[in-house]
Every structure is written in C-alpha cells, then in structure tokens.
Design a protein around this ligand. Structure first.
Ligand SMILES: Nc1nc2c(ncn2[C@@H]2O[C@H](COP(=O)(O)OP(=O)(O)OP(=O)(O)O)[C@@H](O)[C@H]2O)c(=O)[nH]1
Ligand SMILES: [Mg+2]
Length: 220
C-alpha cells in the first residue's frame, strides 16, 4: 500500500486546496485575491504542484476569478457551510474516489501563500500508519489545515460533523492518533518569516504584499 515512511518514502499524496469558506472577514473570495499581481490560488498551486500527486480545489461559491482549465473543483459533500472540517471531509471523500490506493490526503488552505516547499514530504515522512494524522506546526502553533488525513477516517468525520456542536478541527485531531511536524521560520533576506502566515483580513493581505515587496527588493 503506498502509504508513507517505511513503505514508500517518495510517495506523493493527493492534495485538496481548501477554499470553501465564506471569506467574511476579507469581503471577497480569498482564492482570487491578487498578491503582487498574481492570484493567491496561482501562488498556492505553483508551490503545491511539485509536492503532490494531484490537486483539487474545494470551493462552495464563485471564486471571483477564472480557474485553471484543468483544475478539478469539488463542492462540500455536506452542504451548509459547516466550516473547515466539511472541506477536510470533502478532501477525504474525493481522494477515496479518485485515488483509491492512497492512505492519506493532504489539505492546504487557500489563504497561506508562503507555505514550505517540503510540507508534503515532511508530513508523509512523519506518519507511521494509515490511521495517523500528521499536522504542521511552527513557532509553537498548530496549523491544523496543513495536515495529512487518513482517508479511512471519512465516516468518523462525517458522524462527528453531524453531532458535534463546535466543529473545531483541533478537537477532531485530538480524538485520533496524530503526530506533530514542526517547521522552522523561513530565513529570508528580509528576515525570518513564518511560512504559515495566514491571510484573513485586508490588513493581513497588505502585510503579505509588504513581505513580497521586501523579498523581491532584497533579491535584486
Ligand atoms: N469546505 C469548507 N471550507 C471552509 C468552510 N469554512 C471555512 N473553510 C475553509 O477553512 C479555511 C479557514 O477558514 P477561514 O480562514 O476562517 O476562512 P473563511 O471561513 O472563508 O473566512 P471567514 O468567513 O472570514 O472566517 C479556509 O481555507 C476556508 O476555505 C466551509 O464551510 N466549508
Ligand atoms: Mg472561518
């Protein structure tokens, strides 16, 4: 079974980009936001593509931007905006359908454009069984949407979404075997950058623009 460490170190997981939320703090869909002239989605795909076997986009509304023509789009299997866990469930179901040999599926949110270029391989290396979740950390914080999810947990997750009131990703992780994978701050010419810098608001978009400007200025 192409699972992980011990069986196939080169294994690349299927991946799903999570863009199914309402973007209420930002006010417009985050996948289509421009960051120094390129969409967040383009930036995420470019970084993710070399790391994974396949990419699908989880989306529940108009992204507000033209999508790459070959990109597979999957809406939540449980409609109703149940939050990120609904996107994770959709990712598990999608992988179960399209990559039946895969033990795990990787999720990456659409609003974190500087994520590490080895996030997939480090998470894959960390799991020791088909039942274990691997989740990214940096700077003492968990980033629960950067995780490798056992596809076999889909039915359990669906039942949890139907019954739990808070629907917190961390609480779901806590119910299962998981392993934490710590990532260092990225050493850039403009100083240390948390690779999981997350853009939820117009102010954070401005800060990300500022980062990119500094990085580009320093590389000249
Ligand atoms: N599939 C799905 N994904 C969701 C849902 N709600 C949030 N997400 C995803 O979860 C991740 C983190 O969510 P937030 O950063 O809070 O994004 P959001 O909910 O769109 O934004 P806010 O409305 O401002 O909270 C993003 O990648 C979202 O796309 C949902 O109901 N369904
Ligand atoms: Mg939200």
């Amino acid at each position: 079974m192409p699972t992980a460490r011990g069986t196939d170190r080169q294994w690349r997981p299927p991946a799903v980009i999570l863009a199914g939320g309402r973007s209420s703090r930002m006010g417009s869909p985050k996948a289509g936001l421009l960051l120094r002239g390129r969409t967040m989605l383009d930036r995420i795909i470019e970084r993710l593509e070399p790391q994974v076997e396949s990419i699908a986009l989880n989306l529940n509304a108009d992204p507000g931007v033209a999508l790459p023509p070959n990109l597979v789009v999957v809406a939540d299997t449980m409609p109703g905006f149940f939050g990120p866990l609904a996107g994770i469930l959709t990712a598990m179901r999608h992988a179960g359908r399209t990559a039946p040999a895969a033990s795990h599926v990787l999720t990456v949110p659409t609003d974190t454009p500087f994520f590490p270029d080895n996030v997939a391989s480090r998470l894959v290396d960390a799991v020791t069984s088909g039942e274990e979740i691997a989740v990214a950390w940096s700077d003492g914080k968990m980033h629960p949407l950067f995780a490798l999810w056992p596809v076999a947990l889909a039915d359990d997750l669906e039942a949890w979404i139907r019954t739990d009131e808070k629907l917190r990703v961390r609480a779901f992780i806590a119910r299962h075997r998981s392993t934490a994978v710590d990532f260092p701050l990225s050493a850039t010419k403009a100083g240390p950058l948390d690779p999981f810098f997350n853009i939820n608001t117009p102010e954070q978009l401005r800060q990300a623009e500022e980062w990119l400007k500094r990085l580009e200025d320093h590389s000249r």
